[in-house]
Design a protein around this ligand. Structure first.
Ligand SMILES: NC(=O)c1ccc[n+]([C@@H]2O[C@H](COP(=O)([O-])OP(=O)(O)OC[C@H]3O[C@@H](n4cnc5c(N)ncnc54)[C@H](OP(=O)(O)O)[C@@H]3O)[C@@H](O)[C@H]2O)c1
Length: 261
């Protein structure tokens, strides 16, 4: 299957990198267009993927087309290619451009699905949220799932949960990167070299996530398992509670909701 990206910025490049890294696609099977040709040529050239002059050329050469421009540009970039998408799979990653909006923008009969990926797709460890409402056939959805599950966890959600789930998985990498940096700062303060601190902290975060996935234990139980009475970990936990760690994380998701309103 040839894969086309209309818009080849941060998210499209993360997806292309994940597809290439996991061998879900060869670079020669990937086509991309963007606004600035020189920038596109550099980004495509470094990956061995094919730069295209126009969105129409990208659509023509692809079986599955990902629209990955900023949300306010989706209508503009899809207008000249609408008809070329017939018989192909269109995937939109633009935040807030759901199934109903695509139905308004596109000519009748285009098969499309709105997803919300996050940046760890570039290493095959992302989350790809799918809106429950879409116009793909069952067979097309299966093809999509087979390809995109190489990039991480593919999860379908009703429209009512899609927004908050996207905030969790899409903004979460920034929060987690802050936690990673803060852990390393603390360790550096007490003498651990910076690189070692990042290496150890990142694996600790990966491992804790995998431990939850394997056990499905309540996170509180996982915390308790590390806190011996009067021990070191509980001293750190008490400090985090006092500084409002959990309230701050919950509040971060709240701030996103407020910003959206
Ligand atoms: N970044 C994330 O973590 C993330 C997560 C989930 C969803 N998304 C969604 O992904 C989409 C892209 O976000 P991004 O972060 O990748 O943005 P970005 O880095 O700014 O990339 C946008 C891309 O669109 C291209 N573009 C602009 N005008 C165009 C046109 N007329 N025709 C073709 N291409 C055009 C840009 O080309 P030039 O660079 O040459 O201008 C650039 O390659 C957004 O809708 C966003 O909601 C992003």
């Amino acid at each position: 299957m040839n894969i086309g990206f209309i818009g080849f910025g941060n998210m499209a490049q993360a997806m292309a990198d994940g597809l290439i890294l996991t061998k879900a696609a060869e670079p020669r099977q990937i086509f991309a267009c963007a606004k600035n040709w020189d920038k596109l040529a550099a980004a495509a050239g470094s990956r061995g993927v094919n730069p295209c002059r126009t969105a129409a050329e990208t659509a023509e050469k692809s079986d599955l087309v990902v629209v990955a421009v900023k949300p306010y540009l989706v209508e503009e970039v899809l207008a000249p290619v609408g008809g070329l998408l017939r018989g192909k799979i269109l995937i939109s990653v633009a935040a807030g451009v759901g199934c109903d909006r695509l139905e308004e923008i596109l000519p009748e009969g285009i098969h499309h699905l709105t997803v919300m990926p996050n940046t760890p797709v570039s290493v095959g460890e992302g989350v790809i949220l799918c809106e429950q409402k879409h116009t793909l056939t069952e067979e097309e959805f299966e093809k999509f799932t087979e390809l995109f599950s190489r990039l991480g966890l593919v999860e379908t959600l009703p429209a009512s949960q899609f927004g908050i789930a996207g905030d969790l998985t899409g903004c979460g990498p920034a929060f987690t990167a802050m936690y990673l940096e803060a852990l390393a700062d603390g360790a550096v303060l007490y003498g651990l070299p910076r690189e070692a601190a990042y290496r150890l902290a990142s694996q600790m975060i990966v491992g804790t996530g995998k431990l939850w996935q394997a056990s499905k234990a309540h996170p509180g139980t996982m915390k308790d398992a590390v806190c011996s009475p009067g021990g070191l970990t509980i001293a750190g936990v008490a400090e985090l509670e006092q500084k409002g760690f959990r309230a701050a994380v919950i509040g971060a998701l709240g701030a996103i909701q407020e910003r959206k309103n």
